[in-house]
Design a protein around this ligand. Structure first.
Ligand code: DON
Length: 299
C-alpha cells in the first residue's frame, strides 16, 4: 500500500517544473534541474523509494538540525539555550538580526543560529565530529562536495557578516572565520534522497538509526530537535507547512526536504527547483500529498 501511494504521489507531482534551482551559490545551479526523488523510511527499517533517490546533492540547511543535535549533546540543553533561542523568527533563513534583549539568534534553523550551533561543537577537529555525526544518522560515511564548498566559500559574504555580528556581541567566542568555514563545509556535505530518508527515520526512531541500530542521539535531545523543526524548520513558510503537512521538517536550498512522523517514519524528497521561500516546489507538494494520503498530519 505505501509503495503504491508513493508511486502515485510521485506521478502526481512529476510534471510540475515551476521554480528554479538556487543560483546565489553558483555551483548549486549546476545540478540537473528536473531530478526528482521521493523516499519513505520506517522506524523499523523498511525503505520505499521512487525516482532519483541515488543522485548526490548537498545537504545545505538540512544540516542545521543535525549540528544543533551535536551541540546539544556536547554542551547540554541549558548551555546551548544561553546561546540560541527556540522561537520562530518569521523571517528568511539569512536574516541579519538578533533578539534585542538577549542578543541570541531566534532559533538554530536560521543561519545565525546554525552558525552559533557550529561554534559550540567541541574539538579537536570539530568538523570531523560534525561529519561523523551526520554519517551516524545516515548509516554510511558522508563526504563534502568540494566544488560546492569552494563556491559557497567564495561567495558567502552574508554568512561571514553574520559570523562577525555574532562575535561582536559575544554569542560566539571563537574565531568567526573558522566557525563560518565549518558551516560552509557542513552545508556542502553530499547526500542522496535515500540517505536523507534514513536520517529522518533516525529522528523518528528516537535517535536510533533503524538500518544500523546505532544510537546517533539521545531520546530527550531528539525530542528537542523535532520540536524546533516543527516551529522553525521551514522558516517563514513554517505556519503554512504545519497547517498543510503537519510534520516536523527541514528544507535546504540544494532541493532536499525531510519530514518526520515521530515513532513512525521519515520522508525525504529531492527536487532542486525552489519556490520564492527557498523550498523545493515538488518537495513541498509531495509532502502535502503524502501527508494527506497516508494521514500523517501530526502537529
Ligand atoms: O547559508 C547558506 O546560504 C546555505 N549554505 C544554506 C542555506 C539553505 O539551505 C537555506 N534553506 N532553505
Amino acid at each position: 500500500m505505501v509503495a503504491g501511494i508513493l508511486d502515485e504521489v510521485y506521478a502526481a507531482c512529476r510534471d510540475d517544473t515551476s521554480g528554479a534551482p538556487a543560483d546565489y551559490i553558483p555551483e548549486l545551479a549546476a545540478v540537473a534541474p528536473d531530478s526528482f526523488g521521493l523516499c519513505l523510511a520506517t522506524a523499523d527499517g523498511l525503505v520505499y523509494r521512487v525516482g532519483d533517490t541515488d543522485v548526490g546533492f548537498t545537504i545545505q540547511s538540512i544540516s542545521k538540525p543535525f549540528t544543533y543535535a551535536l551541540a546539544l549533546a556536547d554542551r547540554g540543553l541549558d548551555e546551548v539555550a544561553r546561546h540560541i533561542d527556540v522561537e520562530p523568527s518569521g523571517e528568511p533563513f539569512n536574516e541579519i538580526a538578533l533578539e534585542p534583549d538577549t542578543q541570541r539568534p531566534s532559533n538554530p534553523m536560521i543561519n545565525s543560529g546554525a552558525i552559533t550551533a557550529a561554534s559550540l561543537i567541541e574539538g579537536p577537529d570539530e568538523f570531523e565530529r560534525v561529519r561523523d555525526c551526520y554519517s551516524r544518522f545516515a548509516g554510511r560515511e558522508l563526504r563534502v562536495n568540494d566544488a560546492v564548498y569552494q563556491s559557497e566559500s567564495r561567495t558567502g559574504y552574508r554568512n561571514r557578516a553574520i559570523g562577525y555580528m555574532l562575535r561582536s556581541v559575544g554569542i560566539i567566542d571563537v574565531d568567526p572565520d573558522a566557525v563560518v568555514d565549518r558551516y560552509f563545509r557542513q552545508c556542502s556535505i553530499e547526500v542522496t534522497c535515500a540517505d536523507l530518508a534514513v536520517m529522518a527515520a533516525t529522528l523518528a526512531d528516537n535517535g536510533v538509526n533503524p538500518a544500523t541500530h546505532e544510537r546517533a542521539l539521545s531520546t530527550a535531545l531528539t525530542e528537542r530537535v523535532l520540536s524546533v523543526m516543527t516551529t522553525c524548520g521551514m522558516y517563514n513558510a513554517a505556519g503554512d507547512w504545519v497547517t498543510t503537512v503537519g510534520l516536523p521538517a527541514k528544507s535546504g536550498v540544494g532541493g532536499g526536504i525531510i519530514a518526520v512522523l515521530p515513532g513512525q517514519l521519515g520522508i525525504s524528497v529531492y527536487s532542486p527547483r525552489l519556490d520564492g521561500q527557498g523550498n523545493s516546489v515538488r518537495g513541498v507538494a509531495a509532502c502535502r500529498e503524502l501527508s494527506r494520503r497516508l494521514e500523517l498530519h501530526f502537529c
